[in-house]
Design a protein around this ligand. Structure first.
Ligand SMILES: [Zn+2]
Length: 197
């Protein structure tokens, strides 16, 4: 890495190439990493998010693109609370997505998986109501009206309770009534630990 490059962003320039594998499919991505450990950590998170089974890292540099840029931003939390991050790539039904390893991936779902947030749901909405916003600070979990809480929601309730989150906030976050929250907390007196879902 040459030191004479002046980069205004807080991230280093692309330093590695990540090759993800899933069966016979390959997906290549430029990685911006401070060192090998940082590259490996990112590779693992991206592989989990995309459901890849194989990871190869090399020191080759490769052109960045929208997807590598998004993962770069995730790796250093390069988002602000105040501004939306508007996705300018593919969309399906007005929902930001991209294609990798032969599958469509929704950017907000991928973000939840990348950040390894428990209670990841199929639907992640934005607080800002901007359909194309992919700023994780603007995300909220939404369950379908009247649907019961999933196991992961219940695990999250326990975490929130241990953190002293008020019931009304839990209800808002999961888009259910307060009574649903109370009912579930009453049923979940014993910590779940590693319950299989
Ligand atoms: Zn937003």
């Amino acid at each position: 890495m040459s030191l004479d490059i002046v980069d205004p962003s807080p991230s280093p320039p692309p330093s590695h190439t990540l090759c993800l594998e899933q069966g016979t499919r390959r997906f290549f991505l430029a990685l911006h990493a401070l060192d090998t450990g940082h590259a490996q950590a990112q590779a693992k998170d991206i592989a989990r998010a995309l459901g890849a089974t194989g990871i190869h890292l090399s020191y080759e540099t490769r052109e960045t693109n929208r997807i590598s840029e998004f993962f770069r931003a995730l790796s250093v939390s390069d988002f602000t609370q105040s501004e939306c991050c508007v996705w300018d790539g593919s969309t399906t039904n007005n929902t930001p997505c991209f294609y990798a390893l032969g599958k469509r991936h929704y950017v907000r779902d991928i973000t939840m998986k990348y950040l390894d947030i428990p209670g990841t749901r199929t639907t992640v909405k934005t607080r800002c109501n901007h359909k194309l916003c992919v700023n994780p600070y603007h995300f909220e979990y939404v369950s379908e009206p009247n649907s019961r809480l999933s196991c992961s929601d219940k695990s999250m309730l326990l975490v929130w309770r241990s953190q002293g989150v008020p019931v009304y906030q839990m209800a808002q976050a999961l888009n259910v009534s307060r009574s649903t929250i109370y009912r579930n907390l009453n049923h979940e007196r014993v910590p779940l630990g590693t319950t299989s879902h």
